[in-house]
Design a protein around this ligand. Structure first.
Ligand SMILES: C[S@@+](CC[C@H](N)C(=O)[O-])C[C@H]1O[C@@H](n2cnc3c(N)ncnc32)[C@H](O)[C@@H]1O
Length: 543
């Protein structure tokens, strides 16, 4: 497979692994939940690189559908690359604002996207899919990056969205009327797309000119290019015309016997006068319940940029439409994605949340089909509260100016708001200056040691029990207090008191131990000293 090379690639290829987990700090008053919690709808304020990494312990392999709308890198957006890639040279190069005169802006964009795509992939379920909005500035680079991160075999489609319906006569060369939505599955063989709800316009194409008792129908071509040895016979029409065979290079779809059987069942349409090339009648009552998604999304079906702005202006009651940011997408566009790639109980993630269109779409879709989808939004700018979250608050509680009655009354729901806290770096984790709580450290060690989701409800701080894998029960001996830590150790008494875990071994994290190797062996204990042996401890032990 051809691979994209860009400046900085060697520094960012594995950068997502080095990104530290950060604390996620609940801000109760900014959310709409009694008690902020990570299993609610979520809005996270912070850079999505750190935020996605910090969501991994809870959401690894759990997200059914990712929709992102990253900066298109048009040269006018003024976004800055500020990932802390560990090389002074790289930091100097990457740190500056990316504008049109920046000759390496495409490299910087690829550097920004690659680690984020890798984390998004880790968050996806095996049967999940990712949809990325983009335009002609970066679509070719995006496709190459996605081929590399998701595998070219997992490309599902490159959709064209008609974002503008009137041509821009001021355009220098072409008036650009469309964006792309690039779609990859995590594992295409497991991904199942839903059919789209039938529309009145699609049904209106069916008619019943011959008063067939089975109802309205449309007619389909009865020939195909695939060679078919029984598909070359001549046909005499009811009106008397003789058709010597299918058109050159084509074959009748059915054998002669089957064809006349269909005709006896009044499933062949010969035209009003009975002399047309025969066509197959397909009845509305017999077609699949939904429509197969197509790669061209018309603004009449999924909205356009003007509709998106109106939607945002009316929800947030902006005085001037210029105050709305230009990149907002219509909620109908995201709902189309949800209809195709989510189930009623799916988790949907948007890590470039902007004005929160994805949350709006999730709530509206739930309202329509009674679903219980959840959204996770990440936005780094300060407007995460007064635009992103504010829109969601209003959509939940009700938008008085809305035309749609449901939105006017409020779509209902809850969400929890989080800020990114301090990084939980191995080196600084237990240096005494910022000691995390027992539960935070428990979640951190469990996920980093096992790669599995941490469930706080299963823990028992009294016994130190953190969680269970198929091979180990995991324990943490720890107190967020430097003096306590100095005296905390896995001793004989604690080891004997560890709850029995059947045939499972016991993986114990503690500042130190007062036990010899034989005793550990006898009690099936694998000891890990805090803080330096956290990473992938079980992997190492099983090797
Ligand atoms: C194109 S806009 C998304 C618009 C959104 N789809 C809507 O309908 O409102 C991209 C958003 O991503 C945010 N963003 C860019 N880089 C980010 C990062 N590293 N972490 C989190 N958000 C980021 C920007 O601040 C901006 O709000």
């Amino acid at each position: 497979m051809p691979r994209l090379h860009f400046k900085g690639k060697v520094f960012v290829e594995n950068h997502h692994l080095a990104v530290p987990f950060h604390e996620l700090l609940p801000v109760r008053e900014k959310g709409l939940s009694e008690k902020a919690n990570l299993h609610d709808n979520l809005i996270v304020h912070g850079d999505n690189l750190a935020a996605l990494k910090s969501l991994l312990p809870t959401y690894h392999g759990k997200v059914k559908c990712v929709y992102i709308d990253p900066p298109y890198n048009t040269g006018n957006e003024g976004w800055a690359y500020n990932d802390n890639v560990n090389s002074p040279l790289m930091r100097d190069w990457l740190g500056r604002v990316v504008d049109r005169d920046d000759l390496t802006r495409h490299d910087k964009w690829c550097c920004m996207m690659m680690p984020r795509l890798k984390l998004l992939r880790e968050l996806l379920r095996e049967d999940g899919a990712i949809f990325v909005s983009i335009d002609g500035n970066e679509v070719h680079h995006l496709r190459c990056l996605m081929d590399e991160v998701f595998g070219e075999e997992n490309l599902v489609a490159t959709v064209v969205w008609q974002k503008i319906f009137a041509p821009k006569s001021s355009a220098k060369y072409f008036s650009e009327n469309h964006d792309f939505v690039v779609v990859y599955a995590k594992r295409k063989e497991l991904f199942r797309r839903n059919l789209l709800p039938r529309t009145a316009a699609a049904d209106a194409r069916y008619a019943n000119p011959d008063d067939d008792h089975r109802g309205s129908w449309i007619s389909d071509n009865l020939t195909a290019r695939n060679p078919y040895s029984k598909g070359t016979y001549s046909i005499t029409c009811p009106g008397g015309r003789v058709i010597s065979g299918p058109p050159p290079g084509r074959y009748w779809l059915f054998s002669e016997e089957k064809f006349w059987k269909l005709d006896r069942d009044n499933r062949i349409w010969w035209g009003a006068k009975g002399n047309n090339i025969p066509r197959l009648k397909r009845f509305l009552s017999e077609v699949k319940q939904g429509l197969v998604p197509q790669t061209l999304w018309l603004h009449t079906d999924v909205g356009n940029t003007q509709e998106a702005k109106k939607e945002l202006v009316s929800t947030l009651q902006f005085e001037r439409s210029e105050d709305v940011f230009n990149t907002v997408k219509p909620s109908r566009l995201v709902r189309r994605i949800l209809q195709i790639a989510s189930d009623p109980d799916s988790i949907i993630l948007d890590s470039f949340a902007g004005s929160g269109t994805t949350a709006h779409a999730v709530l509206a879709q739930n309202r329509e089909d009674g679903g219980n989808r959840r959204f996770i939004l990440v936005e780094c700018e300060d407007y995460a509260d007064n635009i992103t979250a504010e829109r969601v608050r209003r959509v939940i509680k009700g938008v008085p100016s809305a035309k749609d009655d449901a939105l006017k009354a409020g779509l209902g729901g809850t969400f929890s708001y989080f800020e990114l806290g301090r990084p939980m770096q191995q080196e600084s984790l237990l240096d005494g200056s910022h000691l995390p709580s027992w539960e935070k450290l428990a979640g951190y060690i469990f996920f980093t040691a096992t790669g599995q989701e941490f469930d706080p409800a299963e823990t028992n701080p009294d016994t130190g029990f953190v969680g269970r894998t198929s091979s180990h029960d995991v324990f943490l001996f720890y107190q967020p207090d430097v003096d306590e830590l100095k005296s905390l150790a896995l001793s004989l008494a604690e080891a004997r008191a560890l709850p029995e875990g059947g045939s499972r071994r016991r993986l114990v994290f503690a500042p130190t131990k007062y036990l010899d190797r034989e005793f550990l062996h006898q009690y099936r204990i694998d000891f890990q000293q805090l803080p330096f042996q956290i990473y992938e401890a079980i992997d190492r032990l099983e090797r």
